[in-house]
Design a protein around this ligand. Structure first.
Ligand SMILES: *[C@@H]1O[C@H](CO)[C@@H](O)[C@H](O)[C@H]1NC(C)=O
Ligand SMILES: *[C@@H]1O[C@H](CO)[C@@H](O)[C@H](O)[C@H]1NC(C)=O
Length: 470
C-alpha cells in the first residue's frame, strides 16, 4: 500500500515531479505508514456489506466516515442522495449516499476524478477465514480483512496521496475530485442516473477518470486497459401444469428439462467454440501487436492451474489462454431454477425450468445484436425438437465491454509512474470480468479513463482471506 501510495502520487505529479518533492513525499509516506494502516483498520471494521439490507446502517456510517475524512482535509464534500432501492418485498429504502469531493479548482490545471467504492462483499468467519474478516490483521506484511483490497485501501491510497501533498505544503499539480459509492458490489444501483444528472456540473471540468477497482495479474505491476462486458440470459421451458412423478408419467410427456438441456448444449462446443451464429464473426481479430503484448506479459500457467485447482486448461499456451480470458467471448452456464437440486434422489419431472447463462462481451460485439442472435438460435434449436412445451428467452443484463487506447497520455503517465516507483515496465492487462462503471463513465462523460490496479494478484477479492499487502 505504501509504495502504491507513492505511485499514486507519482501519477498525478507526472513529469512535473521535482526530485526534492519526490524525496519529501517518499519520506513522508514511509514515516506515516502506521497511520495509514490504522485508518484502514477503522474502515475495515465497518461491515459495509451492500448486499445485506440489515447492514444498511453500517453502510451509511461508512459513507459518512468517507465524507468526514475528506471534509477534515478541507475538501468540498457533498453527500448525494441517489434515491430509493426497491426490495424484493416491494418495500423501499434509501440507497446509500454517493460521496463526491473536490480538492482544488484552478482552471489552469487539469482535473482528475477518482472513482472508488467503500461497500464490501459479505464475509463471515465460518466461510473459512483464518482471521476475523472485519478485524484487520497483519500477518507478515499482509493486511487481512474484508474490503482491504476491494476497495477500501485503494480509495484510502488516493485520499492519503492528497493528504501527503497538503501536509508537505506541495501544491497539487492537478485538481482532484472523488466519486465514492456504496453499492458497487450489488450493481451500482442508482449511480448511472447520478452520473448522467451530474454530467454538466460535477463532471464538466473533469479531464481524466481513474478507477482503481481491479488487481494485478502477477507480482509485476500492471495497468488495465480493457474489461469484458456481459449479456445475462434466462431461458425458460414450461411444460405440464404442475411437477409430475416420473414413475407415473415418465415416458408419456416431453420433459421441459430434457428440452432445456438439449438447447443449452447447442451454445458452445466442448473445445470452447461458441456455436451461436454471428458471434464469432463479430469479434475483433487479434492483431500482431496484441499478440506481441500478450507474449510479454508475466503469467505462469502452472501457477494459475494450481491456484484454481484444475488438471488441464482449455488452452496450452499463454497467449491463447490470456486472449480467451480477456478478449474473446465465452458462454458460462450458471444454474437451473426449478430443477431438483437438493441432496437425495427425488424422481420428479419439473414442470418449469429456467436456465441462467451468460456470454462475456468483447469488441466489436453489441449486446442488442447478441440478444437477437441468442434468442433466434435457441428458438431454432428448440423448434427442431418439435416439442409441445413453451420456450421463453430473456436477456436481463446487457453490459458492453470497455477498451482504452494504451497510447493515450494517461497510460503513458501510468507507465512512467510504475517505472519510477517499481523500476519495471508494467504489464498491460485486461480484466475478464465486467466493470460496467468504466463503460458508463466513457459513454456518458466522454472523458478518458484509466484503470490503475492497486490490488495484488493474490488479494482474494470476494473470497475468504482477502488482503492488501503493506
Ligand atoms: C482483533 O484482533 C486482534 C489480534 O490481531 C485482537 O487483539 C483484538 O481483540 C481483535 N479485536 C476485535 C474487535 O475482535
Ligand atoms: C456530457 O458532457 C460532455 C462534455 O463534458 C459531452 O461531451 C457529453 O456528450 C455529455 N453527455 C451527455 C449524455 O449529455
Amino acid at each position: 500500500m505504501i509504495r502504491v501510495l507513492l505511485f499514486a502520487s507519482m501519477l498525478i505529479l507526472g513529469s512535473r515531479a521535482l526530485n526534492f518533492q519526490l524525496d519529501e513525499l517518499t519520506k513522508y509516506i514511509d514515516s506515516h505508514q502506521e497511520e495509514y494502516v490504522e485508518t484502514l483498520r477503522e474502515w475495515v471494521a465497518v461491515e459495509s456489506d451492500s448486499s445485506d439490507v440489515l447492514k444498511r446502517a453500517e453502510l451509511d456510517r461508512m459513507m459518512d466516515m468517507t465524507a468526514e475524512k475528506m471534509r477534515k482535509m478541507g475538501g468540498k464534500v457533498e453527500m448525494v442522495d441517489i434515491g430509493l432501492q426497491e426490495l424484493p418485498s416491494g418495500k423501499t429504502i434509501p440507497l446509500p449516499k454517493v460521496v463526491t469531493a473536490q480538492f482544488g479548482s484552478d482552471p489552469g490545471k487539469h482535473t482528475v476524478c477518482i472513482y472508488g467504492h467503500v461497500d464490501v462483499q459479505p464475509a463471515k468467519k465460518e466461510d473459512g477465514w483464518a482471521t476475523e474478516p472485519y478485524n484487520l490483521t497483519d500477518i507478515n506484511g499482509n493486511l487481512y480483512g474484508r474490503g482491504a483490497s476491494d476497495n477500501k485501501a485503494p480509495v484510502l491510497a488516493w485520499i492519503h496521496t492528497v493528504e501527503a501533498y497538503q501536509a508537505l505544503d506541495i501544491d497539487l499539480p492537478v485538481n482532484v475530485k472523488f466519486i465514492i459509492e456504496g453499492m458497487e458490489e450489488t450493481g451500482s444501483n442508482g449511480l448511472d442516473a447520478m452520473i448522467v444528472s451530474r454530467n454538466d456540473t460535477f463532471f464538466s471540468d473533469v479531464d481524466y477518470i481513474i478507477i482503481s477497482d481491479c488487481g494485478w495479474l502477477s507480482r509485476r505491476p500492471a495497468l488495465t486497459y480493457g474489461t469484458r462486458g456481459n449479456c445475462y440470459f434466462f431461458a425458460e421451458v414450461e411444460g405440464p401444469k404442475q411437477d409430475l412423478h416420473s414413475g407415473v408419467y415418465g415416458g408419456t410427456v416431453i420433459e421441459p428439462m430434457t428440452d432445456l438441456i438439449g438447447i443449452l448444449d447447442t451454445l458452445i462446443s466442448p473445445s470452447g467454440e461458441i456455436l451461436v451464429p454471428g458471434i464469432r464473426e463479430a469479434v475483433a481479430p487479434l492483431s500482431d501487436e496484441e499478440w506481441k503484448m500478450y507474449q510479454d506479459i508475466e503469467f505462469d500457467m502452472e501457477n494459475y492451474k494450481n491456484k484454481i485447482g484444475v488438471s488441464r486448461l482449455m488452452y496450452s499456451n499463454k497467449v491463447e489462454l490470456l486472449a480467451h480470458r480477456w478478449r474473446y467471448p465465452t458462454v458460462s452456464i450458471h444454474g437451473i431454477e426449478g430443477a431438483f437440486s437438493a441432496p437425495g434422489s427425488k424422481t420428479v419431472i419439473p414442470a418449469k425450468v429456467i436456465a441462467k447463462f451468460s456470454i462475456r462481451q468483447v469488441p466489436d460485439m453489441d449486446p442488442a445484436v447478441v440478444e437477437k442472435q441468442v434468442t433466434d438460435h435457441l428458438k431454432a434449436a428448440f423448434a427442431k425438437r418439435k416439442s409441445p412445451n413453451k420456450l421463453k428467452v430473456t436477456m436481463i443484463i446487457g453490459a458492453k465491454p470497455w477498451l482504452a487506447d494504451t497510447g493515450h497520455p494517461l497510460y503513458k503517465a501510468g507507465r512512467e509512474a510504475v517505472k519510477e516507483v517499481f523500476k519495471v515496465e508494467p504489464d498491460m492487462i485486461r480484466e475478464g470480468g465486467t466493470i460496467p462503471i468504466a463503460r458508463t463513465f466513457q459513454d456518458v462523460t466522454k472523458k478518458s479513463i484509466i484503470m490503475l490496479p492497486i490490488g495484488g494478484f493474490d488479494d482474494g477479492l470476494h473470497s475468504q482471506n482477502e488482503k492488501m499487502s503493506r
